[in-house]
Write a protein that binds this ligand. Structure first.
Ligand SMILES: Nc1ncnc2c1ncn2[C@@H]1O[C@H](COP(=O)(O)OP(=O)(O)OP(=O)(O)O)[C@@H](O)[C@H]1O
Length: 359
């Protein structure tokens, strides 16, 4: 069976035209990113069959859900999908347990057969089963909504800004559950967000939409390191590295992590050695030096090679570096680039302040 999602949709709303042709991984989290009105929800709605693209094709891990050329269009209820919205939309008159089990009757499954217990455990809602929705926090409500979608054992999970309605604190509470979901779920998840923290924590694959078209698409680090996209120049430009906790230096409140053989020092992470982590390194926090500094306060000085360079009109240059096998972006002034006479292929050192790296 082909473990991919093939989606081709063309839609005309008059002022807005949506035209996308995507082949996405059949597992992991694909984040749909893009400005307001770029077509992220439209894409999810086409996948769900809530919006019918007259010229469309959709297959999800080998199952054809739409093929306009052959006049195939499965209505939403025949598509094995879970859809989680910004608002949890729980039934107010049913307790958590009955909300979670609500859709099971329709698909003819009993709770035990639907893998209810692991889902409840995964989302940490076991202690809430008797509660009514009015007595749940926003984050708990969303966890229930995700559980309700997952017990249906869908072939794909669609999540449209599931954290957008939550305040900062609630977001921080729910993110670890989504990270677990990410590690344990083997169905594909399409996840719409505007929030870079969610991209950093959750994305395996990134689709950047702009004005109804796919501007870029690919594995996370590959896409984030593309210099031809406006995001490379933005103040928020960052690279995500995956690694494991190698050691703690508790006296200094530091943790050392190992990312594909590269060791980084960063602020203490409260988790055991060996725990997988994702760290975010902002391009604005990376500087370069041609010679290894002798005495520096900067803890992370990493041998690197320049693999790409782009000057912007505002006197800034974006460098794409390779550190071992990992890509890294650095924002420097175009003046520094000129003074150091930097060229593609040069070897140098990337310097990253330990305190600037985010977990
Ligand atoms: N049913 C519809 N009829 C006409 N236009 C529509 C319809 N649905 C969406 N649009 C238009 O399509 C465009 C894309 O909308 P969509 O909701 O997909 O964007 P989005 O990227 O999800 O935006 P946001 O981040 O604000 O949620 C918008 O210009 C919107 O006004």
């Amino acid at each position: 069976m082909t473990q991919t999602i093939s989606a081709r949709f063309r839609l005309d709303y008059g002022d807005f035209r949506f035209d996308a042709d995507l082949t996405l991984p059949g597992s992991g989290i694909t984040v749909l990113f893009g400005p307001s009105g770029s077509g992220k929800t439209t894409l999810l709605r086409c996948i769900a069959g809530l919006q019918r693209s007259p010229h469309g094709f959709l297959s999800v891990n080998g199952k054809i859900w739409q093929d306009s050329a052959r006049n195939i269009f499965l209505p939403t209820y025949q598509r094995a999908l879970g859809y989680v919205f910004q608002e949890a939309n729980l039934f107010p008159h049913l307790n958590v347990y009955r909300n979670v089990c609500f859709g099971l009757k329709r698909i003819g499954k009993r709770p035990a057969d639907a893998g209810l217990d692991p889902t409840i455990e995964l989302l940490g809602i076991g202690h809430l089963l008797d509660r009514m929705p009015a007595r749940l926090s926003g984050g708990e409500r969303q966890r229930v909504a995700i559980a309700r979608a997952l017990v249906l054992q869908p072939d794909i999970l669609l999540m449209d800004e599931p954290l957008a309605a939550l305040d900062f604190q609630r977001k921080q509470e729910i993110l670890p559950y989504l990270t677990r979901l990410h590690q344990e779920l083997d169905i594909p998840v399409l996840y719409v967000t505007h929030a870079r923290q969610e991209v950093a924590k959750l994305a395996d694959h990134l689709v950047v939409l702009r004005e109804g078209r796919v501007q870029a698409e690919g594995p996370l680090t590959e896409t984030l390191s593309r210099l031809d996209l406006p995001q490379a120049e933005s103040k928020q430009a960052a690279m995500i590295w995956e690694g494991r906790i190698a050691a703690h230096e508790s006296d200094f409140h530091l943790t050392r992590i190992d990312c594909a053989g590269i060791e980084l020092s960063m602020p203490l992470i409260d988790a055991p050695v060996g725990t997988p982590v994702r760290v975010q390194i902002f391009a604005r926090d990376v500087s370069v030096t041609l010679a290894a500094p002798q005495a520096t306060s900067i803890l992370n000085v990493l041998p690197a090679t320049i693999t790409g360079m782009a000057d912007s009109s505002n006197g800034q240059t974006v460098l794409r570096l390779k550190v071992g096998s990992l890509p890294l972006l650095a924002h420097i002034t175009s003046k520094s680039r000129q003074l150091l006479n930097l060229q593609i292929g040069n070897s140098l050192y990337a310097q990253i302040k330990g305190t600037s790296i985010l977990n």
